[in-house]
Design a protein around this ligand. Sequence first.
Ligand code: FES
Length: 131
Amino acid sequence: MSSSDHALMPSTTPSTHATAPRREPQFIRIAETRREPLHFFLDGEEVAALQGDTLLTAVLMQQRRVRESEFSGAPRAGFCLIGACQDCWMRTEDGKRVRACSTLVTEGMRVLTRRAAAVEAGTANRNGDAR
Ligand code: FES
């Protein structure tokens, strides 16, 4: 767990959207706000994060999920936060799988949280025709 993870508190904002929780963050940053900003793309939309954020932190600062379960389609937001449970796998737009809790977000990174888009990107990556 990085030191930035300690600066986050779970949001108490209740989710009102079962399938589209965007803009209801899971985490609220309460400390370490002076790190350099960066931008990345979350489901095609440019959003902000701070240098040193894990991808999991960066995504959950924006919404309440990092992916949808491949079995049930239910929203998932990671569980262990230390790289052990496999609950935070995400796909980049070019189809690569990344573990959100142990991957630092980088400037211009493009990630997907919607299952259909992630499956399409993964298939394209395996077929060698990724963007
Ligand atoms: S949250 Fe458990 S592996 Fe990432």
